[in-house]
Design a protein around this ligand. Structure first.
Ligand code: ZN
Length: 318
């Protein structure tokens, strides 16, 4: 059996790179493949708050871009037999084994959204993927406003690995990003209109045209064809994702949310109810105290409460 890495999927055709020969092959998967995952329905798991020792179950899945697989040549075909364990797994975009996510947010037009940032950080923290923040369009914002934005974002320096401010048009700040991509599988995520295309173009001239041509050929709006692709860049790969519309939390329980706010988690031991504190209505809550003392960004706490309510409502639907 040989080991391969999937770089592209169009419909049911997989492009994989043989890890030994570095040759690329078009492969097929023989139906769905067996894979071990956390059992989200297990009553044991629902009660657990730590994610490390959850019950597993075997399910069948299809391979996705970013997967390491076992494959072999069978007659005139290349067949994928197994998917190796994923270190992380995103649904939108449909990619696994990501080394980092670059969150692209514009300083203005659309205005910087702390709500969306906090929301994405929950998903990214849950998947344990390092995040970088790229703030684009800094040439279009008033100097005073940019100063304020930088001040507010200072808070995130303990949660986000790196914050980079760029003006893609003039390629200012873009050079800093080149080293960031070296040897890594990176996902570029951002809303429509944040200037992601301009950034990608500044990084890899011509790539944007290529992705547009592909989506045109496949037909926009048709959901029958699956297409995801990793583009080689700086000895790693880049995934450019179309703007996301809605991000759902895949949490079992409202208890879980707080552990994906690492800045809150540190304070939990000082809450009267310790690690079981939801930082909501409990007395003597260290997190609420920190919000009052401006040690926690007020908008971050407000977003936490919004998400908490969302998860509670989600549960009530069942
Ligand atoms: Zn608390």
């Amino acid at each position: 059996m040989k080991k391969g890495f999937i770089t592209k999927i169009i419909s049911n055709q997989y492009t994989l790179i043989d890890l030994e020969t570095k040759k690329s092959h078009i492969a097929v998967a023989r139906g769905k493949l067996r894979y071990q995952v956390v059992d989200e329905e297990s009553s044991f798991n629902i009660k657990q708050t730590k994610r490390s020792k959850l019950e597993q179950k075997i399910m069948t899945i299809t391979p996705k871009v970013g997967d390491y697989v076992n494959f072999d040549f069978v007659e005139d075909q290349v067949i994928i037999f197994d998917i190796l364990p994923r270190k992380n797994d995103l649904v939108r975009p449909d990619v696994s084994n990501i080394d980092q996510v670059l969150l692209v947010f514009s300083a203005v037009d659309p205005a910087f959204s702390f709500h969306l940032l906090d929301r994405l950080l929950v998903v990214i923290n849950q998947q344990e993927i390092p995040a970088l923040l790229v703030v684009s369009k800094i040439d279009l914002i008033e100097e005073e406003q940019l100063k304020q934005l930088k001040e507010d974002l200072k808070y995130y320096e303990k949660i986000i690995e790196n914050i980079v401010y760029v003006n893609s048009k003039q390629k200012i700040g873009v050079d800093v990003l080149f080293d960031v991509f070296k040897d890594k599988v990176s996902v570029l995520a951002g809303q429509t209109g944040v200037g992601k295309s301009t950034l990608v173009n500044a990084l890899i001239p011509g790539l944007e045209l290529k992705t547009q041509a592909i989506s045109k050929a496949l037909g926009r709006g048709k959901h029958t064809t699956r297409h995801t692709e990793l583009y080689p860049f700086r000895d790693g790969y880049l995934v450019d994702t179309p703007g996301f519309s809605k991000i759902d939390f895949l949490l079992f329980h409202e208890d879980e949310l707080k552990q994906f706010f690492p800045d809150f988690a540190q304070l939990s031991e000082s809450c009267r109810f310790g690690y079981s504190c939801l930082h909501e209505n409990e007395p003597n809550c260290a997190v609420k105290k920190a919000v009052q003392n401006k040690e926690i960004l007020p908008s971050r706490y407000e977003n936490y409460i919004i998400f908490l309510t969302e998860i509670k409502n989600q549960k009530e639907r069942y």
